[in-house]
Design a protein. Structure first.
Length: 223
C-alpha cells in the first residue's frame, strides 16, 4: 500500500515475533481508554521485561517519552505499519483435515488483515465440499488460484509426509511466505519466508517448564 513503510530487514527475528504481542497489548489498552502507557506497564501486559520491550521498540525508532511513556495510538499505528497490517493478505490453506478446517473457520484471521481466499486438498473425496463458503479445490488448481487470487501466504495443514511436497508446490506457484503446521521440518528457498508451528513440540516445552520450573515464577515467558 502506498505511503506505508515496509518493515526493516535488520530487525531481529525474535523482535519481530514479539511485535504482535505488543500490538495486542496496545489494542487492549486502547479499549480501556488508555492514551499513554509506560514501558513497565506495556511490558507487564506483554509478558516481557521492560528492558526487552524498550530494546525491541528501539529497532523501529520508538523510544517513548521519559516520564510519560508511549502514545498508545501512535505506537499502535507504527506497529501496524511495520507488521504490514495496513493491507489485506490473501491466504491459501492446504490440507482440509480437522486442523485445516479449524484454521479456515478462525475468525481472528479477518480481524488481523488475513483473508482466507483458497482451500485445497489432495483427497478427491473432499474436492468441491464447501468450508466457510469456499469450495475445496484440487491441488492442480494451486497455480491458477495463486495467480488469480494473488495469494501471498500459504498455510500447510497436511500430514507430515505431504508437507514438503506442498511447500514445493506453493513456492513453484509463486507464494513467498509459508506457515507450516505439519509436525515435520521442511525447507524452502532463501527468498521464501517460513514459519513453523509444531503444537506437540510446544506442549512438550510446556511440560518441561512445568516439571523443572517453579509455579508462579513466570518461567517460559517471552524475553
Amino acid at each position: 500500500m502506498a505511503g506505508v513503510t515496509p518493515p526493516r530487514r535488520d530487525v531481529p527475528a525474535a523482535t519481530v515475533a514479539r511485535l504482535p504481542v505488543y500490538l495486542r497489548a496496545l489494542h487492549d489498552a486502547a479499549t480501556r481508554g488508555v492514551a499513554t502507557v509506560s514501558s513497565e506497564a506495556l511490558a507487564a501486559a506483554s509478558g516481557v521485561r521492560p528492558t526487552q520491550l524498550r530494546k525491541d521498540l528501539s529497532h523501529l525508532g520508538s523510544h517513548g517519552v521519559r516520564g510519560v511513556g508511549y502514545d498508545v495510538g501512535g505506537l499502535t499505528a507504527e506497529l501496524t505499519a511495520a507488521l504490514g497490517l495496513t493491507r489485506t493478505w490473501p491466504v491459501a490453506i492446504v490440507g482440509m483435515g480437522n486442523l485445516g478446517r479449524a484454521l479456515a473457520a478462525y475468525s481472528g484471521f479477518a480481524t488481523e488483515g488475513f483473508d482466507v481466499v483458497a482451500l485445497l486438498d489432495a483427497d478427491p473425496l473432499l474436492v468441491g465440499a464447501r468450508v466457510q463458503g469456499i469450495a475445496i479445490a484440487v491441488m492442480t488448481e494451486l497455480p491458477r488460484l495463486v495467480t488469480e487470487l494473488r495469494v501471498a501466504i500459504g498455510v500447510i495443514a497436511t500430514p507430515p509426509q505431504a508437507a514438503q511436497q506442498v511447500a514445493d508446490a506453493l513456492v513453484a506457484a509463486g507464494v513467498e511466505a509459508v506457515l507450516n503446521f505439519a509436525p515435520t521440518a521442511i525447507t524452502v528457498p532463501s527468498h521464501v519466508s517460513l514459519r513453523s508451528v509444531d503444537l506437540a513440540t510446544e506442549l512438550n516445552v510446556l511440560a518441561f517448564l512445568r516439571l523443572h520450573g517453579e509455579p508462579g515464577t513466570g518461567v517460559g515467558r517471552a524475553g
